[in-house]
Design a binder for this molecule. Sequence first.
Ligand code: ZN
Length: 218
Amino acid sequence: MPRNMAPATIASHRDLVQYWVSDASPVNEAAPKGYIERFIHSEIYREHTDVNSVIHSHSLGVLPFANSRHSTPVFDISKYYGPDDTRDLLIRNADLGQQLASYFSVDRDVREESIQRQVPYAVVLMRGHGFTAVASTIQECVFRAIYTQENAVVQTKAIELSAAYSQMTGDSAKVYYLCEDEIDPAAAMNNAVWDRAWGLWLRQIATEKLYIHEKPHA
Ligand SMILES: [Zn+2]
């Protein structure tokens, strides 16, 4: 993971720190300060051995969904704080990370309501905080994380339009989602095309002045 710094300023491998999956401690004890929430990553890797990439985000576009009720899993940290934990919503220790990691499984008892899907979750929302996405590759995880945000923006607009239409006409309007039998084929289609988006994002980073690039030999 990067050391504790602004993401766009990560310039070379020297800004990366290796951590043990077992307890999120740095492999090199003299490593620079790391992110507090690295337990999100270590505990997901510990529990889900098919996951090779984890992205945690505080995306503004997704936050409204993390703060509302619907069928996507929402991790509510207030259920899991230990007596001595700082109640600031952050995943500050392995116990909280373990609770979050369990939300990616289908056999949790929190699946109490309408969730019927029999596949592990790719994204878990976190109340008042953001979301975490997982995948078997870095590229797929980046694709999921970015499109979690893009889709949240689209869905927000659809909900707003629907509400406005209802108010104007007095008719009830509904938001249309994927049909159940479209979900798996749509996911397979996305998995077949993510490399196009990946190429674009690499190009954006290479040409965007916000990012700092050191030559590999520097
Ligand atoms: Zn966070």
